[in-house]
Design a protein around this ligand. Structure first.
Ligand code: NAG
Length: 212
């Protein structure tokens, strides 16, 4: 009897989940706490489930010599609610992504061109590094700080897929040097030198004028 009711519960739950296969976001309607409303399924075609925005290299003329071109829900509305997304990563010679983490998402990298050194730090402070060549993939587990660096010659290209539709971003450099807290407070509480902190705030846009 118990088994039977558990079974019927599972059956009801799974058939409920199957009622809606997808929810292509309708940006003409306002966002809600549970995401954007769905476009009318009767007006969807194959093209609504495809996106062509990752075919062009991003602009790597910046201090990181790196460009991230996202395919998140705003660019690719069919991803809405599916829990996956993708980014094109271009790394010019010497380019890198600054050390960062995604709160809600693991990341899977595949190298298309060039040589990329990937690395992450576990929560027990063990560092894991790997040199990746064309066709190699590397996974960066959810919530762990990681980076990618072009460690070959010439440009490198990779695609990153995420187990989230909008991977939350924790970027150490932007968080530390891009905020508006007074330099002295952040420098002291992170054991850093104030002069170096001022310099990095110049790079990352920290204003240092925030209220205490
Ligand atoms: C790339 O970015 C740089 C710096 O912002 C800018 O000067 C340059 O015009 C951009 N190049 C292209 C092709 O958009």
């Amino acid at each position: 009897m118990l088994i039977q009711s558990v079974f019927s519960l599972v059956f009801v739950a799974s058939s409920y989940a199957l009622v809606q296969d997808f929810c292509v976001a309708d940006f003409s309607l306002p966002d809600t706490p549970s995401g954007f409303p769905c476009k009318d399924a009767g007006n969807l075609y194959g093209t609504d489930f495809a996106y062509s925005g990752l075919g062009v290299a991003g602009n790597t003329s910046n201090i990181f010599k790196a460009a991230h071109t996202p395919a998140f829900t705003p660019q690719f509305p069919a991803l809405n609610g599916l829990g996956i997304s993708m980014v094109r990563l271009d790394l010019a010679d010497g380019g890198y992504t600054t050390l960062h983490a995604h709160r809600d998402s693991s990341e899977l990298l595949v190298v298309i061109e060039g040589t990329i050194c990937g690395g992450f730090i576990s929560s027990t402070l063990v560092g894991y590094l790997k040199i990746l060549n064309k066709g190699d993939i590397m996974v960066f587990p959810k919530g762990l700080f990681h980076f990618q660096r072009n460690c070959g010659k010439g440009p490198a290209l990779a695609f990153l897929s995420y187990s989230s539709v909008m991977p939350g971003l924790l970027v150490t450099d932007y968080d530390l040097f891009g905020n508006d807290l007074p330099t002295e407070i952040v420098a002291t509480t992170t054991l850093r030198d104030t002069a170096q902190f001022e310099k990095l705030k110049g790079v990352f846009g920290g204003s240092g004028s925030g209220p205490y």
